[in-house]
Design a binder for this molecule. Structure first.
Ligand SMILES: Nc1ncnc2c1ncn2[C@@H]1O[C@H](COP(=O)(O)OP(=O)(O)OP(=O)(O)O)[C@@H](O)[C@H]1O
Ligand SMILES: [Mg+2]
Length: 256
């Protein structure tokens, strides 16, 4: 089987230079689920408690056979992209090619695929703009150690930009919740109380655990919500207590 044509000093062809910082927290269960559903390997790195959560939350979707395309589905800001980046960081050695395709608008998908085509074949795609480039289909069907991440693909119609034959892996992140035709969906929910508190304490020194827990609960333990509230708090030189009191009084003005 032909290998990707990459410079000899690199083992990976990729457009990603933002590997996950040390600040990524938790999601061990989800990372194991992803590893298992994509590679069909056992989630043997989990503790007994995590295994229980794994079975309870994801037992239904983890089958013995690996599938090559998955959607990480969840609310805005819940941490879908962060999880995908952490997955890449952890498991990049499983791949020869990792390509990140931003999908917020159709044009960015087309551009992402055009750049991939250029990188692999040194040519522009012939059929760019309405489907997955033919040249890439040919190229990728001969390989299997590749991963394409379609980040923020919230419109099911845009799956026309996925390769027709998937010998490698496709990972989508999406807020869309009715993936009826697509099949493999991994739902992502809020982070745990413990991890939410850890996220807060990475930025704010606060000893009072009860206060921290009330703060993250108010924000539904949504990482984006927590990050925004932390930024607001720091910017205004607030303490968490002030933030909670302001929320209760309803006088937070986010336009500041
Ligand atoms: N497990 C985590 N540990 C630390 N930070 C996290 C974690 N999950 C998410 N975050 C942070 O929360 C913010 C929102 O996460 P992210 O962008 O991944 O959400 P998303 O689900 O992809 O949102 P969207 O639907 O808008 O694309 C980011 O700043 C991210 O770094
Ligand atoms: Mg995202």
């Amino acid at each position: 089987m032909a290998k990707f044509d990459y410079p000899s000093e690199h083992s990976l062809v990729s457009n990603i230079d933002f590997l996950s910082p040390d600040l990524f927290i938790g999601r061990e269960v989800e990372l194991s689920v992803l590893k298992q559903v994509l590679h069909g390997k056992k989630a043997d790195l989990l503790s007994d408690d995590e295994k229980a959560i794994f079975n309870e939350k994801y037992g239904g979707i983890v089958q013995s056979v690996a599938h090559s395309k998955w959607v990480i589905q969840g609310d805005k800001g819940i941490g879908k992209s962060a999880l995908a980046i952490e997955y890449i960081t952890k498991f990049r050695e499983e791949y020869d090619l990792i390509w990140w395709i931003p999908c917020s608008i159709e044009g960015s998908i087309v551009e992402g695929l055009r750049q991939l085509c250029q990188r692999l074949t040194e040519k522009e795609p012939e059929n760019s703009g309405d489907s997955f480039p033919r040249e890439l289909n040919t190229y990728l069907s001969e390989q299997n150690r590749w991963l394409l991440i379609y980040d923020g693909l919230n419109d099911q119609k845009l799956t026309k930009y996925l390769p027709s034959e998937i010998n490698g892996h496709c990972l989508l992140t999406s807020t869309f919740f009715e993936w009826t035709d697509f099949g493999n969906v991994m739902p992502l929910s809020s982070i745990s109380e413990k991890h939410a508190a850890e996220l807060v304490r990475n930025f704010i020194k606060e000893e009072d655990s009860d206060l921290v827990n009330r703060f993250t609960k108010l924000l539904n333990r949504n990482p984006l919500g927590i990050r925004q509230a932390i930024d607001y708090t720091l910017l205004n030189e607030y303490k968490l207590k002030d933030y909670l009191e302001s929320q209760i009084k309803g006088n937070i003005d986010y336009s500041l």
